[in-house]
Design a protein around this ligand. Structure first.
Ligand SMILES: Nc1ncnc2c1ncn2[C@@H]1O[C@H](COP(=O)(O)OP(=O)(O)OP(=O)(O)O)[C@@H](O)[C@H]1O
Ligand SMILES: [Mg+2]
Length: 388
């Protein structure tokens, strides 16, 4: 896999993140036992884990790591690090500990796990690094105060494009420049996603062109949507805003999520963001009425509120380049499609047995199922049902 093959072995191959790197190296150089751990945080695929790996490699440090999402209990955490803490590094100059994806530690049963990490930070003889996507997660409250927070920002389109180019050249792949640019734009600063997209595209090819982007489900329509957003957010004319989406071949419902996602990307003043969401919420109200009462006449209010309403929520045009992003809601829905399908199927089976709607089961029965799950005969019964 390209992501493995081109994983940086040294910080020399590491893309950007200059600010984070400087902070990290500074932290490492001044670290003494008893001091704060480093908590690297940022979106997926921006280099949190591989920064630590490359750094350890460069400095010839033995890297002891665990993934917090798989290792749960206090005992397991202690086993890994306490033992490693007591022995001296073999063939290496020192050690560095990495607790990867601490925010993956789940729920209440892991309180012991979080405490074990805090204890590790307090007592360790070697520097400890943690990584997380969401640093403000409630679960991390206890850990945060023992950490120096270091943010890794999403990579720029330019950074991502450069890396993709480098990979293409090393692999001897011919490319149309625009293709790499599109992949980079779509990746939203997630280099792992971009490299994976590239790999999907080149499989079995020596040359990639714009046309091949279809493989990834890239649609011309999406490009149109990016253009439409640019007009919608930058115009000050009511008509201009209304017309902005006229060329976009997407359902109004889908356009809604594009606008929702990008309001905070464009607007910076809190009152404007609030106003824009307020109007979008009104649009959503119309949408619900259209669906429930079949009042298609209302569609134009839905459209106008989400376009002109949102567009005119700003006082002045933001004269800046805005990186618009693909709606995370739609991405979530598409990645969980299979799971949701299975769930739906299962709920349908239950609805026949319990004689009520799937909606009711989800809302009213589900909480009890969570409790019953501790009961093995209940689980057996459910399993049997699923297999039917
Ligand atoms: N700044 C970077 N420089 C070079 N390669 C990078 C960078 N960021 C990501 N990559 C590439 O993306 C892959 C994933 O990076 P990494 O595992 O460090 O992501 P992460 O930030 O830890 O993500 P997650 O939150 O999902 O754990 C790496 O294998 C590497 O190829
Ligand atoms: Mg990681």
């Amino acid at each position: 896999m390209f992501v493995v093959k081109y994983r940086p072995k040294s910080l020399k191959d590491f893309v950007n993140q200059k600010e984070a790197l400087a902070k990290f190296i500074n932290w490492y150089n001044s670290w003494r036992p008893g001091e704060k751990a480093a908590l690297l945080y940022g979106k997926p695929g921006v280099g949190k884990t591989c920064l630590v790996e490359a750094f350890a490699n460069d400095k010839n440090l033995q890297l002891i790591q665990m993934n917090a999402s798989d290792t749960r209990s206090r005992k397991q955490i202690e086993e890994i690090f306490v033992n490693a803490s007591q022995s001296l590094p073999i063939f290496k100059k020192g050690k560095i500990f990495l607790v990867d994806e601490v925010d993956g530690i789940a729920g209440r049963e892991d309180v012991g796990g979080i405490q074990a990490i805090v204890d590790l930070i307090k007592k360790t003889r070697y520097p400890v690094v943690l990584t997380a996507n969401d640093v403000y997660d409630q679960k991390l409250r206890a850990i945060r105060e023992y950490c120096e927070l270091i943010e890794l920002k999403p990579l720029t389109v330019w950074d991502v494009e450069k890396k993709l180019k480098e990979i293409c050249e090393k692999e001897g792949i011919e490319y149309e420049k625009e293709v790499l640019n599109m992949i980079a734009k779509r990746s939203d600063g997630d280099l792992r996603a971009a490299i994976n997209d590239l790999e999907t595209l080149v499989s079995g090819r020596k040359k990639i062109s714009l046309k091949d982007l279809e493989i990834l489900g890239y649609r011309e329509r999406e490009r149109e949507m990016f253009e439409a957003l640019k007009i919608l957010f930058k115009t000050t004319s009511l008509m201009g805003a209304k017309m902005s989406i006229s060329n976009v071949d997407l359902e109004p419902d889908t356009i809604f999520w594009w606008i929702e996602e990008n309001i905070p990307n464009e607007y910076e003043k809190p009152e404007e963001i609030a106003e824009a969401f307020e109007r979008l919420a009104k649009a959503d109200l119309f949408r619900a009425r259209i669906i429930h009462r079949n009042y298609w006449k209302l569609l134009r209010y839905f459209n106008d509120l989400m376009t002109a309403g949102v567009s005119l929520a700003k006082k002045d045009v933001y004269r800046k380049f805005t990186k618009y992003s693909f709606p995370s809601k739609l991405r979530y829905l598409s990645t969980t499609k299979d799971e949701r399908g299975e769930e739906k199927e299962f709920l349908l089976k239950l609805s026949k047995i319990l004689n009520c709607s799937t909606k009711k089961i989800r809302k009213e029965f589900n909480p009890y199922f969570q409790i019953f799950q501790k009961d093995s005969s209940f689980l057996e019964y459910i399993q049997k049902l699923k297999n039917q």
